[in-house]
Design a protein around this ligand. Structure first.
Ligand code: ASP
Length: 340
C-alpha cells in the first residue's frame, strides 16, 4: 500500500511545474495519465481555466501560486492518507484556495458588473449521490463549507442568497463583511472591462464578446476530485463566477451535473470555464454518462465532452475527473488550466 501511495505522491509533484505556465491546450487526444488499476486513493485539484502569460508574473508571484497550489494539493492528499473521506479532502483543499486572494473563489473572487462579489460553490458525495450547492453569496467566507452543510445538514440540495446566508449564520459558519472579498487585482479587471464595454457600446459590439475576451485571460475557479481508501468518490467546485457577470447571474459551479458531479459507479468531475456552456451541456454528468452507458474510460469521456461537444457549441474551459479505480481524466480546450 505504501508503494502505491508514494506513486500517487510522485505523480502529483511531477505535475507541479504545469501549474503556473499551463500548456497550450492540445487537440484530441489530450495528454493521458492512466494509473495502475490497483490504486486505492487519488486526488486532483484545479485552479481554473484560462492562462496567465509567461512573463506576466514576477518570480515572487509565481512562487506564491506554486506554493498555494501545492499546499492545497498536499492538505487534501494527506487528509486521504490519514483516513479522511473524499468529501473531507475536497473540502479542505478547496478551503485553502478560497482563503487565498490568488484564486477566483472566496477571497479574491471576481466582481459583478455592479461591483459586488457573488460566490457559488457545490460539493457531491459519490457514495450517496447526495449533493449541496450554494449560489449568490456575499458574506460566507468559505462557500464550500456551506455547500457541504446544505448537503449534510439540510434536506435540500441548493440554497441561494440571503436565505442561505441566514442558514450559515444559524449553523455558526463563518461570515465576513463584504469587503473581505475585495482585491485590487479583481477590481482593476472589472474597471478594465467596464472601460472596454463603454467603448464597445459606442461601436455596438455585444457584452458576450467582452465576456469571452475577459474569460480567455482570466482564471481562478477552484475544484477538487478525490477517491478515498474506502472506494468513495467526491467532487467540489467553488467560484466567484465571471468578471462583469450580471448581478444575480448563476454559473455552472453550483449546478449539479454541470460544474460538479460524483457517482461511485462512474467518476467524480469538477469543471471550470464559461459556465453558461457547461450548464447547457450538463458537462460533468455527461462525462459520467459516457462512462456509464458507453463504457468509455474517464479520459476519453472527458475529451469527448470538452473537445467535441463543448468545442462545437463554442464554449471553453476544462475538467478534472477521477474514476472509481483512481484513473484520472484531464481535458481542456482553453489556453490553459491550472491543475495538479
Ligand atoms: N465556471 C465559472 C462560472 O462560469 C467560471 C470559471 O470557471 O472560471 O461561473
Amino acid at each position: 500500500m505504501k508503494k502505491v501511495l508514494s506513486f500517487v505522491l510522485v505523480v502529483s509533484i511531477f505535475w507541479l511545474p504545469t501549474f503556473v505556465y499551463p500548456q497550450e491546450a492540445p487537440r484530441l487526444p489530450d495528454f493521458k495519465i492512466q494509473q495502475s488499476p490497483k490504486l486505492q486513493t487519488g486526488f486532483v485539484i484545479h485552479g481554473g481555466a484560462g492562462a496567465m502569460r509567461r512573463g506576466s508574473l514576477s518570480p515572487s508571484q509565481e512562487k506564491f501560486y506554486r506554493e498555494k497550489l501545492k499546499e492545497s494539493l498536499m492538505e487534501g492528499y494527506n487528509a486521504l492518507l490519514n483516513g479522511k473521506t473524499s468529501i473531507d479532502a475536497v473540502e479542505v483543499a478547496i478551503k485553502i484556495m478560497e482563503d487565498s486572494p490568488l484564486f477566483n473563489a472566496g477571497k479574491g473572487s471576481v466582481f459583478t458588473a455592479n461591483g459586488k462579489n457573488e460566490l457559488d460553490a457545490s460539493i457531491m458525495d459519490g457514495r450517496t449521490q447526495n449533493a449541496g450547492a450554494v449560489a449568490g453569496l456575499h458574506k460566507v467566507k468559505n462557500p464550500i463549507t456551506l455547500a457541504r452543510a446544505v448537503m449534510e445538514k439540510s434536506p435540500h440540495v441548493m440554497m441561494i442568497g440571503d436565505g442561505d446566508e441566514k442558514y450559515a449564520e444559524e449553523l455558526g459558519i463563518t461570515l465576513v463583511p463584504e469587503k473581505y472579498f475585495w482585491t485590487q487585482q479583481r477590481w482593476d479587471s472589472l474597471q478594465k472591462i467596464i472601460k472596454k464595454e463603454k467603448a464597445k457600446k459606442s461601436r455596438k459590439e455585444s457584452i458576450e464578446s467582452n465576456l469571452q475576451g475577459e474569460f480567455n485571460n482570466k482564471f481562478g475557479t477552484v475544484g477538487a476530485v478525490a477517491l478515498d481508501k474506502y472506494g468513495n468518490l467526491a467532487a467540489g467546485t467553488s467560484t466567484g463566477g465571471m468578471t462583469y457577470k450580471k448581478y444575480g447571474r448563476v454559473g455552472d459551479v453550483p449546478v449539479i451535473g454541470a460544474g460538479t458531479y460524483a457517482n461511485n459507479v462512474t467518476c467524480a468531475v469538477s469543471a471550470t470555464g464559461w459556465g453558461e456552456f457547461f450548464i447547457r451541456l450538463s458537462v460533468a454528468r455527461d462525462i459520467a454518462s459516457l462512462m456509464e452507458y458507453k463504457n468509455m474510460d474517464v479520459q476519453k469521456a472527458a475529451d469527448t465532452v470538452i473537445h467535441k461537444k463543448l468545442q462545437d457549441l463554442g464554449g471553453n474551459g476544462g475538467v478534472i475527473a477521477i474514476d472509481k479505480q483512481g484513473n484520472i481524466g484531464i481535458s481542456f480546450n482553453s489556453e490553459g488550466m491550472y491543475r495538479a
